[in-house]
Write a protein that binds this ligand. Structure first.
Ligand SMILES: Cc1cc2nc3c(=O)[nH]c(=O)nc-3n(C[C@H](O)[C@H](O)[C@H](O)COP(=O)(O)OP(=O)(O)OC[C@H]3O[C@@H](n4cnc5c(N)ncnc54)[C@H](O)[C@@H]3O)c2cc1C
Ligand code: SF4
Ligand code: SF4
Length: 440
């Protein structure tokens, strides 16, 4: 499911094709570790200089940054034909929420992701859940954890609109005493699926993959801008960041330590995501073709076609594989999920922006290729038709012109250094100044 165009992880990172999934650090832990950078997101950093790039072969093989390829059987009569081209393999569409009202309320959408994960470990004989949560020592950053209890799963609910690398913890699944759930963005899941091809032991241990829909990951600079809007000058004063949840979609809530005690500051979802974070997406997300987890067993997103006013939360759930179907049945029959079968049309009605994003990505990739700039390669994920069908004439022109401008201003040609935020692990105070300098 990969198409290699670049031969080393360093080249992939240098050409901004890295999505930050962390799979290369799992495949080659002696060579790469994931680091946080303000400008790019989480990126693999070489542990020491190596002249020999051949040992990057397996890491590049599993890297979703360079491209994706579908290999599922398109003649499967169970596949929903109307969704096949734009949304990948879908066997069933469901809508609903976690039955437990506190999970539903705390979670990002309707809590289906966390509820399925809980059902797998409490009823399905699975050992744990590999996913991400806020770092306790630096809550604006994320870390990968293997949760094995209901409490731990609950602590990780909610969307983190910040760089996260769940695949850097795949060794925890590989070495686990039983099968585990893997949760991540579409690119994370695609990497975890590819990694099973080079690590058979991992294949034995991945019990189910759950992807959530993803329009793009904002860099840490995005979170810094958000803090700025909330009047937080020193990021080391931040005790907690919740990007959404506690309602649907819920507000962004930041808890800050002040001389008078802890203070809570909030922003509406539209302001937080729509005005700030969305302007800080990493480049790889702008050339992404899979925004809905086409390589996962189950994919989960927001049924935005509905009015969210006063609704405690709802999930749109796609069953993509037979294994996903069995896991969803288990979660429903054990009472973890309250779902109703839905008409497939609610998917495009809920996420028209993701289809348009796929069209725009086609134009960006074409422009890159014409100018000799590396871009991801996709097989089996049609893109051109969505550029042609879903964009207006001026949007079509902008999709090419914007990319040209970016390339010609050399932003995609220069090799930007990776500056780790890690030395400031215990004090992220200077990061705001650094962010302003980078933005200038
Ligand atoms: C960057 C980003 C972009 C998104 N874009 C869209 C979109 O365009 N359309 C849409 O419908 N939905 C989008 N979502 C997904 C949506 O916000 C919900 O996460 C999804 O509907 C699942 O909701 P839930 O209530 O089932 O999840 P929950 O039960 O709250 O569980 C969320 C799970 O996701 C994991 N997680 C959270 N953030 C990350 C992260 N950054 N990387 C890896 N794992 C993470 C957590 O560890 C947890 O296990 C996006 C989420 C993120 C993080
Ligand atoms: S996309 Fe993942 S595998 Fe590829 S370079 Fe980035 S972190 Fe490594
Ligand atoms: S938009 Fe695509 S590449 Fe970017 S984080 Fe989401 S799934 Fe990964």
């Amino acid at each position: 499911m990969r198409l290699t165009v670049l031969n080393s992880i360093d080249d992939i990172v240098a050409h901004r094709l890295c999505s930050g999934c962390g799979a290369c650090a799992y495949i080659s832990p002696d060579r790469y570790q994931m680091i946080d950078t303000a400008e790019h997101g989480r990126r693999p950093s070489r542990r020491r200089a190596h002249g020999d790039r051949t040992s990057d072969r397996d890491a590049v093989r599993v890297c979703p940054g360079v491209g994706l390829e579908h290999t599922f059987d398109r003649s499967d009569p169970g596949l929903i034909r109307d969704l096949l081209q734009g949304w990948g393999p879908v066997l069933e569409v469901w809508e609903g929420h976690a039955t437990d009202e506190s999970i539903r309320f705390n979670a990002s959408s309707g809590g289906a992701t966390s509820a399925i994960a809980m059902a797998c470990i409490e009823q399905g004989g699975m050992h744990g859940v590999l996913h991400i949560k806020a770092r306790s020592d630096a809550p604006i950053l994320n870390e990968t954890v293997l949760s094995t209890t209901r409490e731990e799963i609950l602590q990780a609910t909610g969307s983190r609109y910040a760089p996260a690398s769940p695949c850097d913890g795949l060794a925890l699944i590989e070495n686990a005493p039983g099968p585990c759930v893997f949760i991540g963005k579409p690119c994370d899941v695609a990497a975890a699926v590819s990694a099973q091809e080079v690590r058979p032991a991992l294949r034995q241990r991945i019990g189910v993959t759950i992807a959530f829909f993803c329009a793009g990951t904002p860099t840490t600079e995005g979170t810094m801008k958000l803090l700025e809007r909330l009047g937080v000058e020193d990021p080391s004063d931040v005790c907690e960041v919740r990007y959404r949840g506690n309602g649907w979609p819920g507000r962004t809530v930041v808890t800050v330590r002040t001389a008078e005690g802890d203070e809570t500051r909030t922003l509406g979802y539209e302001e937080s995501w729509g005005e700030i974070l969305t302007n800080h997406k990493q480049w790889r997300c702008k050339v992404c073709a899979d925004h809905t987890g086409e390589f996962a067993d189950i994919a989960v997103g927001d049924p935005w076609y509905r009015d969210t006013d006063g609704d405690p939360g709802r999930s749109l759930v796609l069953v993509r594989t037979e294994r996903g179907r069995q896991v969803l049945r288990l979660a429903m029959s054990a009472g973890y999920l309250t779902l109703k079968r839905a008409d497939p049309s609610i998917l495009p009605a809920s996420q028209p922006n993701l289809l348009r994003g796929r069209g725009v990505a086609w134009a960006r990739i074409l422009t890159c290729r014409l100018l000799g700039v590396p871009a991801p390669r996709y097989r089996g994920l049609p893109m051109f038709r969505y550029w042609w069908q879903t964009l207006t004439a001026s949007e079509k022109i902008r999709s090419v012109a914007g990319t040209l401008r970016r390339i010609l201003s050399r932003r995609l040609r220069v090799h930007l250094p990776l500056k780790s935020l890690e030395p400031r692990r215990h004090s992220l105070a200077t990061t705001a100044a650094e962010t302003r300098r980078l933005a200038a």
